[in-house]
Design a protein around this ligand. Structure first.
Ligand SMILES: *Cc1c(COP(=O)(O)O)cnc(C)c1O
Length: 425
């Protein structure tokens, strides 16, 4: 990788070799201030619109228009079973068995539903381990969950923080904290990838360490789904959830995915919040008393499927599948991000001005690089925007750049390097 060059010609050569390059034309790329295609590096916040999304939604409008309520049974893809059409691709996406996944609701809602089942504190085992500075929704969810059980956040929530002078967590420190908490630890809930630093956690090692002390281990995969190749089942992860509008390009506020390990597939005794869509379908419509959950993750469903967001998600997942799945996407992703890293290092800026806080090892990060800009960060962000580079700003001074393999090109990344070089002058 040391043979990278910062020139447009070199980037064009990488693009010519890229077997995924044609997927870019399957997305709508927003125009920059000059009317030309922008460099969109915000797929970690809201992925771009697949060109197939509109027709997928139109199809459901057409069925509703033509069939009314009969669309549940006689639609092109009957709404009764619509969510089931997402199961196999979702299972492949996260490395799970079909019985272990379901698509439903939104991310924070699903996090709560899972915590109701998988945070079951007792008098002695009541602590939750999470990242310090986790995404706010996760912090609020956990605060409210521990309060629901009569604990204060101070007593029950333990936060992992980097060593002084470091920006990311070391796996050995996470493992040591888990051992230290021992049998006081009820549940671990971490991001698969930290939204701020872009650090990818060693989910297999964390799960092993958690299980060794008898804790339940779950992950919020908001920044990992569609970004990392994962093997949740083989890693023995207990539960997980993710949103679909970031790296999965399924539209603002889009639906969410849930994973529950097979070992819980036939556990009707597990406490949960119930709704009719999680009930055994054989007598769901008999409207009888007595909830009997479906097998697997599907047994956590509450409501009948949200067809419109799911139609978009189906179209978007089809692109991931067509590209060859996460293993293929990840290969390009690592190269794109390593190229971006090269271009930033190539500027030779002092760390007192700008540093990359994302880990340098591709195995411990996804596609995102987080730049800590010590001086004039906001001005740099605005300068990038005026050059048609859409990045993401996080207070107080972090710029997040996330080149994604489905629609970003090496040419995009080269343009960022060129703009940064111009800014430095
Ligand atoms: C994006 C994100 C969310 C957003 O939650 P919604 O319920 O989809 O609004 C929550 N948690 C994390 C870690 C995220 O990255």
């Amino acid at each position: 990788m040391t043979s990278f060059q910062p020139t447009p010609a070199f980037a064009a050569q990488l693009d010519a070799q890229d077997t995924l390059r044609d997927f870019r034309s399957r997305f709508h790329i927003p125009p920059g201030p000059d009317g030309q295609e922008s460099v969109y590096l915000c797929g970690n916040s809201l992925g771009l619109m697949p060109k197939t999304a509109r027709a997928a939604v139109e199809q459901e409008f057409a069925d509703w228009e033509r069939l009314g309520v009969e669309g549940h049974f006689h639609g092109t893809s009957p709404w009764m079973h619509y969510h089931e059409t997402l199961t196999d691709a979702s299972a492949r996406l996260v490395g799970a068995k079909p019985v272990e996944v379901v698509v439903m609701n939104n991310l924070t809602t699903n996090l709560h539903l899972l915590l109701i089942s998988f945070y079951r504190p007792t008098a002695t085992r009541y602590k939750v381990l999470m990242e310090g500075g986790a995404f706010p929704s996760d912090q609020y969810a956990l605060e409210s969950q521990v309060k629901l059980h009569g604990y204060t956040p101070e007593a029950a929530i333990v936060e992992l923080v980097p060593r002084p002078g470091e920006h990311t967590l070391r796996t050995e420190d996470i493992e040591a904290k888990i051992r230290e908490l021992g049998d006081s630890l009820a549940t671990i809930i971490l991001g698969g990838v930290n939204y701020y630093t872009g650090q990818a956690f060693d989910m297999a090692a964390i799960t092993r360490a958690g299980h060794a002390v008898g804790a339940i281990v779950g992950f919020d995969l908001a920044h990992a789904a569609g970004n990392l190749e994962m093997h949740l089942h083989d890693w023995d992860v207990d539960f997980a959830c993710w949103c679909t509008y970031k790296y999965l390009n399924s539209g603002p506020g889009g639906t969410s995915g849930v994973y529950v390990h097979e070992r819980f597939a036939n556990r009707p005794d597990l406490p949960r919040l119930a709704g009719w869509w999680g009930h055994d379908p054989s007598d769901r419509f008999q409207m009888k008393k007595g909830f009997r959950p479906m097998q697997g993750a599907a047994g956590w469903q509450l409501s009948n499927a949200q067809i419109f967001p799911m139609a978009i998600h189906r179209a978007a997942l089809a692109l991931v599948e067509e590209a060859g799945g996460m293993a293929v996407l990840r290969r390009k992703s690592e190269q794109l991000t390593t190229y971006l890293e090269f271009l930033i290092h190539n500027l030779n800026l002092p760390a007192s001005q700008l540093e990359i806080i994302t880990p340098p090892d591709p195995a411990t990060r996804g596609c995102q690089l987080s730049l800590l800009v010590h001086q004039q960060g906001r001005e740099l962000f605005d300068f990038l925007a005026s050059n048609g580079i859409i990045a993401d700003w996080r207070e107080p001074n972090v710029i997040r750049l996330a080149p994604v393999p489905l629609y970003n090109s090496f040419g995009d990344v080269q343009r960022v390097g060129a703009a940064l070089a111009q800014w430095r002058k």
